[in-house]
Design a protein around this ligand. Sequence first.
Ligand code: BYC
Ligand code: FE
Ligand code: FE
Length: 472
Amino acid sequence: MSSIDYSQKIPNNVNLGDDRRLQRALENWQPAYLDWWNQLGPVDSSEMEIYLRTAVAVDADGWAQFGMVKMPEYRWGIFLADAEPDRKINFGMHKGEAAWQDVPGEYRSDLRRLIVTQGDTEPASVEQQRALGRTCPSLYDLRSLFQVNVEEGRHLWAMVYLLHAHFGRDGREEAEELLARHSGDVDKPRILEAFNVPTEDWLSFFMFTYFQDRDGKYQLSALAESGFDPLSRTCRFMLTEEAHHMFVGESGVGRIIQRSTELSAKHDTLDIEAHGGIPLPTIQKYINFHFSICLDLFGQERSTNAANFYTTGLKGRFGETKIDDDHMLDGASYKLPDIEGGKVVWSDQPALTAINEVLRDEYREDSLRGLSRWNKAIKAAGVDFELTLPHTAFNRNIGTFRDVNASPTGEILTQEEWDRNVDAWLPNDADRAHVKSLMVPVTQPGQMANWIAAPARGIHGQDVEFEYVKFH
Ligand code: BYC
Ligand code: FE
Ligand code: FE
């Protein structure tokens, strides 16, 4: 038996020390978690000291602490956002009833499934990104990678806490399974497809944190509306961390674009491979890839699962309480795409079964915001190139478009047309080989790889030149 005092060791605001049963469950799970981290977490990183933020409370100001930490000693804590007094269920058939503090028996398996699916993505992302530390473009970026990784680990803890605290024996079994499935494993893959794709270069990492972590923002926001109050409070706090992951993505892609634009302006060509940059058209292909695989993460356009989650109060819409309608979607409609006569056509359909599409559309709008900032920067530098998001039909593997080929502008194509053009639309072997060739580690404090601009400022008031990671 381990004699560690977990109420001390695991920072938390859930009175862990008062619940022996829960403490024991987490005590049993923690060594398995650490084994997983050591085997499938960031490679060769256990001796490095890293300037990391650790969540220590949930107050708006001062919830985090910064300091040099070795990752296996990171204090993965359990935090729920403060309870809202008298919180109600705000949508669906239970609208107006008191929010549930315990799992309602009739919704147990649906809730468990939502929590497991959410939880599965967190360690998956750590596995996908595990080898990137070998090729960091700077110590600043290496620190960002590890910050994101430890926080995804904490998000796993957040879901495992819910499983252990509210789902008894099957919750404990699910918590074990979260460490048994692995990204890309042929026998036991991660649940959602986009979490089985390895993240092999830093352009992909920044695309991931821009696009895939943004799916996290939208899904967590929908779960933060849940009538199951512990899930709502957990997700609300996770969203504060998520904001930083998307900052890493937007600023990372932005800095690559800045460097590519500089090189294009200087040499008066988009073809900057010979100058050690990533061409803007290659960046567009990476956007096409990452955005389209992330659209799949929202599920099918028509989903009775999603309708049920909504009606029963388990998962709401983004910003549910700020929407001005009946919060039941009685008789409401929403535009959904279909393929008719070889074209994509849109028609009004029942809004309740279109819940996934509503969230996907908001995600697209949000994704466009960063793109328009990048486009402004490209234009300001005098380079003639504009980044776009591909059509919803492009490169899809879930829902209405899974069995068709479509161009980035949404024309339905024959197989032959797709094959002829795909190299211009998605990263091809040569593009990936070029990006890979640029991935050489830069580990002198303050220095940057040639293909990415320096960040505007450092982390938490430190200089960009600060030694964010110390190797030992
Ligand atoms: N891949 O009725 P449908 C994050 C399945 S990211 C594989 O449309 P539903 C993070 C589906 O399960 C946020 N399978 O499904 C980011 C269903 O299976 P069954 C993660 C898929 O339930 C970066 C069938 O197809 N959180 O946090 O409405 C780093 C029918 O589909 C996929 C969540 O996802 C897919 N992409 O929607 C770290 C929130 N899509 O019933 C972390 C929790 C669908 O036929 N999850 N299927 O066996 C959910 O809310 C829902 O499960 C989904 C799916 C929105 C994902
Ligand atoms: Fe996460
Ligand atoms: Fe994240």
